[in-house]
Design a protein around this ligand. Structure first.
Ligand code: GDP
Length: 366
């Protein structure tokens, strides 16, 4: 530099300085974004296990993706996380729209993280969410308090696909969340369809939120849902609704007496509370923890987890077979024609199905 003529001490003009090297990128986040798709499954798993929420979130996006290359990465990440999973308390929460699910989850969540030092993941299963555009479940704006908490991870329902597909994705997300250190997982669903069966098949405790004061308390509640419940909690027991709530609770208790004792050996409890005023919440969680001790003691906890693992293996096989069939280009095309032939009564539904399967097997396995 000092050989530069302009740096001669006698030189009167401007001097040339050595300058600093420019930083490699202006916006460090830009580089993060570009890198995102290039993480290896091992890197995803390593970061998730360290509790990196950004990568947890991105891995869940891969789990939810329809693209087969994303699915392939997701499956590897899940496999690597599996040894670190399983250590949470998984709670299914259901109730009709308006029962107070989001209000209650907000209140339960605050109680669990503040009073019991828990890390909470809130997931949802809502197969209708694609139709209704924008999930109504697991929506952060519905759970204002917990959505501001660092120890809470909220993820709305995966939106695409069949109930089985949506449920499988949620179950896989549970594994990732557990690996990331979440020790309590809520799976929210609407108690009006088939989705609560799917939720029941992935949780340790199934909580049914009910309302009082809607006339005949037991009307409109599907027996099946009540039979699945490990606990029934009557919400909105506040103001001049307290008596009605107590009455409803008594009616639920009486109704439950008519059911046989569930395989867990646990008689489901009925309680009243107010999610909005946060009354009766510690009592509910004492009950849930009592249940956990009970089923861990009698072996039912492991039995239920094992049956669920088996169930999901078959579910996955079914789903993948179905997808493979319907996504075969040859089948996709032939189905259109075959469908028309069925509609024109040129061929029966059963014969058409057999022809399509024959075509599928010939095409794929010869
Ligand atoms: P969701 O559809 O099941 O998620 O129900 P929300 O949590 O959105 O609650 C439905 C309505 O009931 C809202 O207007 C809540 O403010 C109200 N609500 C929820 N919990 C309570 C409660 O404990 N007491 C009273 N009085 N109202 C409540």
């Amino acid at each position: 530099m000092h050989h530069h003529p302009e740096n001669d001490p006698k030189y009167k003009g401007l001097t040339v300085n050595e300058g600093v090297s420019s930083p490699p990128v202006v916006n460090p986040y830009l580089q993060e974004r570009k890198k995102r798709r290039n993480f290896t499954p091992a890197e995803y798993a390593e970061q998730i296990i360290k509790g990196n929420i950004t990568l947890l979130s991105q891995a869940v996006t891969l789990v939810e993706s329809q693209k087969s290359e994303h699915q392939a990465i997701a499956q590897e990440v899940i496999e690597k996380c599996l040894p670190y999973s399983g250590h949470s308390m998984r709670i299914g929460i259901t109730g009709v729209p308006g029962a107070g699910k989001s209000t209650s989850i907000d209140a339960f969540g605050m109680y669990l993280i503040k009073e019991r030092n828990k890390k909470l993941a809130v997931l949802a299963i809502d197969p209708s969410s694609e139709r209704s555009k924008g999930s109504i479940l697991g929506d952060k704006t519905r759970m204002e308090e917990i959505s501001r908490e660092p120890n809470v991870f909220i993820r709305p329902s995966p939106s695409a696909g069949s109930l089985g597909g949506v449920a499988r994705k949620t179950r896989e997300t549970i594994i990732l969340c557990e690996a990331a250190g979440f020790d309590t997982v809520f799976v929210e669903t609407v108690g009006v369809g088939q989705s609560e069966t799917a939720v029941h098949s992935m949780v340790d405790f199934f909580l049914l939120i009910q309302l009082a004061g809607t006339g005949d308390e037991l009307q409109g509640i599907k027996r099946g849902i009540m039979e699945m419940a490990d606990g029934i909690i009557v919400n909105k027991a506040d103001g001049n609704n307290i008596e009605k709530a107590n009455l409803a609770a008594t009616q639920y208790r009486n109704a439950l007496h008519l059911f046989p004792l569930p395989p867990s050996g646990w008689s489901p409890k009925v309680m009243t509370y107010s999610g909005y005023y946060k009354n009766g919440i510690p009592e509910i969680w004492n009950m849930v923890y009592e249940y956990m001790d009970f089923v861990k003691g009698n072996g039912y906890f492991d039995f239920r987890r094992n049956s669920q693992a088996k169930y999901w293996m078959y579910e996955s096989i079914n789903e993948q077979l179905r997808n493979h069939f319907y996504q075969s280009p040859k089948i996709e095309k032939a189905l259109k024609t075959k469908e028309q032939q069925v509609l024109n009564s040129e061929v029966s539904s059963f014969v058409a199905a057999k022809q399509m399967l024959d075509l599928y097997f010939r095409y794929n396995f010869n």
